[in-house]
Design a protein around this ligand. Structure first.
Ligand code: VGL
Ligand code: ZN
Length: 208
């Protein structure tokens, strides 16, 4: 067997222990944001197997696992038909709003639906009980992966930081839309400027 040697150029990637105050937040890994969907994120599907490994690790750590989803009513104001910026996507109870088929969410995963009819709630905290739920479980540190880096991941991470949580980006489990080239890079910068931290799968470990 070949030895595994992992290199990273990014020395802001840090080692983290998944402990009792940690939670995994999987952002909007829905069919419409993946290959064949209404608003596909380039290489969005590629993060699914990585997220599945994180899910396993957080289960082993007995840490809560959240999955947010975009959950729009039909004719949502963010749709082009209503003068918004996006094609119709993630409409409640449609195929496109389902989680990616290969995403292995455990039975006990907590689903957070962003269903505000009057605005595009990019953040998983916006109009949901996510903050309360994290607090009830004693979570202080959220590990965030999913789609898309430059929209819902960014907003969720910055909201978490503003609410006083630590926020750790799963660098190998996020992808961006990049409507404008460089959007994801700028989003990362903005998150870091707000106090986000970075890790990757090989740099996460269980407490013992
Ligand atoms: C998202 C665009 C529109 C996201 C949601 O999940 O990042 N992007 N709605
Ligand atoms: Zn949306």
């Amino acid at each position: 067997m070949q030895p595994t040697i992992e290199y990273t150029q990014d020395d802001s990637i840090k080692l983290f222990t998944i402990g009792v105050e940690s939670a995994l937040v999987v952002v909007d890994v829905q069919k419409d944001f993946c290959l064949g969907g209404a608003l596909p994120v380039p290489q969005g599907d590629a993060i699914v197997p990585v997220l599945n490994r994180y899910i396993q690790k957080f289960e082993e750590a007995n840490a809560p696992i959240y999955a947010t989803r975009d959950w729009h009513p039909p004719n949502h104001i963010s749709f082009t038909s209503q003068g918004g910026p996006w094609p119709p996507h993630c409409i409640q109870n449609t195929k496109g709003a389902e989680f990616h088929d290969a995403l292995k969410l455990p039975q006990k995963a907590i689903i957070v639906s962003k269903a505000d009819p009057n605005k595009e709630a990019y953040s998983g905290f916006d109009g949901t009980n996510l903050e309360k739920s994290l607090q009830q479980r004693g979570v202080r540190k959220v590990f965030v992966g999913g789609l898309a880096t430059d929209y819902c991941v960014k907003s969720t991470v910055i909201a978490a930081l503003k609410l006083g949580f630590e926020a750790v980006l799963l660098m190998d489990a996020i992808r961006g839309v990049n409507v404008k080239p460089g959007d994801s890079e700028r989003a990362l910068e903005e998150m870091m400027n707000n106090g986000a931290q970075k890790t990757m799968y090989s740099h996460t470990q269980l407490a013992n």
